[in-house]
Ligand binder design. Structure first.
Ligand SMILES: Cc1cc2nc3c(=O)[nH]c(=O)nc-3n(C[C@H](O)[C@H](O)[C@H](O)COP(=O)(O)OP(=O)(O)OC[C@H]3O[C@@H](n4cnc5c(N)ncnc54)[C@H](O)[C@@H]3O)c2cc1C
Length: 378
């Protein structure tokens, strides 16, 4: 029988953040991951640490605390990162109206965002489509990481720095504290267990997760080959559609006009929950997405039409030297309808942390810090 203070189940970003916070708090930690390397939502995303998408005030502050942790992890674990900021580019008057309204209140809400003229927007990102460009919203706070590299490197950092025990290829089948039951025959006793199993709602605590109202959401994504000649896009890019997606803009009085026009002009885009963003990793590949299909609409097979709609819209926003997707994939996250994160304690000292939706890379570190500040040393 092996022993640790804490067992973390799942080595996606939520589990990694939990393991880091628990270890920093002086706990001995064992991290279990059923696959030989994490393959869930955490390696399939844009790698956008995206405070500008969060509502102002408390959530923005949380995202900024997570951002600090990303910078710390990058420095200590050798994770590539680019604090390149973000640029929302707009080509329609109703989109500009939302940006103007948001920019006017942004400082009071804790954002550093600033409205740019078309010339300033093009200077920030020469890849912006100049045709009909009306302006942009520049924010310096967004950080780009390569999720594949970050999620692969964090476990080694945790092991080397804090002595976290890593158990990849090990599914946890049941938790009856102090014992957690593994599929490898290893036996572990722990004081606390944190279940960070992403969208696996079947293996552990299926009743709690079924009753949680967390909904699964499937996103289609693409990636270009490395841009030729070492070309960089500069800040991460978003367009007018994204203004209808993120909570930061939700209180803008000009938003309903924009939403109405989009619904009338682009019903297919709305049907598939498409809004278009782009990030660029260390290799120079540009990641482009995404769509949002929920529960009963989720199919195993991706829809070519969705990718076509995303690329067509992206072409209205930006012009890259190479716009051709070299890879296509999908990812599925769990999202709670009203809470930014779902936590539950199905039995004493067993915690579920899930439902981070489209902001797990942005918020997981701050949430882990908050939970472990409350839980303390085991
Ligand atoms: C396409 C896409 C793009 C996104 N873009 C962004 C973005 O740019 N910025 C942002 O902030 N967020 C983004 N998100 C959201 C973010 O990726 C998720 O919120 C986050 O990755 C969820 O992390 P997780 O650890 O809960 O889940 P996962 O990454 O799915 O990890 C769960 C892990 O638990 C393991 N596991 C499950 N059950 C067991 C068990 N019984 N025993 C052992 N291991 C188990 C699984 O194998 C898996 O590795 C995006 C999501 C997607 C899908």
């Amino acid at each position: 029988m092996q022993q640790a203070d804490v067992a973390i189940i799942g080595a996606g970003i939520v589990g990694l953040a939990q393991a880091w916070a628990a270890a920093r708090g002086g706990n001995s930690v064992v991290l279990f991951e059923r696959d030989n390397r994490a393959q869930g939502a955490s390696i399939r995303n844009f790698g956008m640490v995206w405070p500008i998408g969060q509502p102002g005030g408390e959530m923005n502050a949380r995202a900024m605390r997570s951002r600090e942790r990303w910078l710390e992890a990058s420095a200590k674990a050798g994770i590539w990162h680019d604090p390149c900021g973000s640029l929302h580019v707009v080509h329609r008057p109703d989109e500009l109206a939302v940006l103007e309204e948001f920019a006017a209140v942004a400082p009071a809400m804790g954002f550093e965002a600033k409205l740019l003229t078309p010339a300033e927007t093009l200077k920030k990102s020469p890849d912006t489509n100049p045709k009909g460009l009306l302006g942009g919203l520049w924010s310096p706070t967004e950080v780009c990481v390569d999720p594949r590299q970050a999620v692969a490197r964090m476990p080694a950092f945790l092991q080397e720095t804090y002595g976290v025990k890593l158990r990849f290829g090990t599914t946890i089948q049941a938790i009856n504290l102090p014992e957690v039951a593994t599929t490898t025959g290893e036996r572990w006793q722990v004081r606390r267990a944190v279940v960070c199993s992403g969208t696996d709602f079947q293996t552990l605590y299926p009743e709690t997760l079924a009753a949680s109202d967390i909904r699964r959401c499937k996103l289609q994504m693409m990636r270009t080959a490395p841009q030729p000649g070492g070309h960089r896009i500069g800040p991460m890019l978003a367009g007018g559609l994204t203004l209808t997606h993120y909570a930061a803009f939700a209180n803008c009085l000009s938003l309903p006009v924009l939403k109405k026009r989009i619904a009338e002009e682009m019903p297919e885009i709305v049907k598939h929950g498409i809004h278009v963003m782009a990030s660029q990793n260390a290799l120079g590949e540009v990641v482009i997405g995404d769509s949002h299909e929920y529960e009963q609409d989720i199919e195993i097979f991706d829809k070519a039409r969705i990718d076509e709609l995303i690329l067509d819209y992206f072409a209205t926003m930006a012009r890259l030297p190479d716009m051709q997707p070299a890879q296509h994939w999908n990812g599925i996250y769990g999202k709670h309808p009203s809470k930014p994160i779902f936590t539950a304690e199905p039995s004493p000292n067993v915690h579920i942390v899930a439902g981070t939706g489209g902001a797990g890379m942005t918020l997981s570190f701050a949430y882990a810090d908050e939970l472990w500040a409350a839980w303390g040393k085991c």
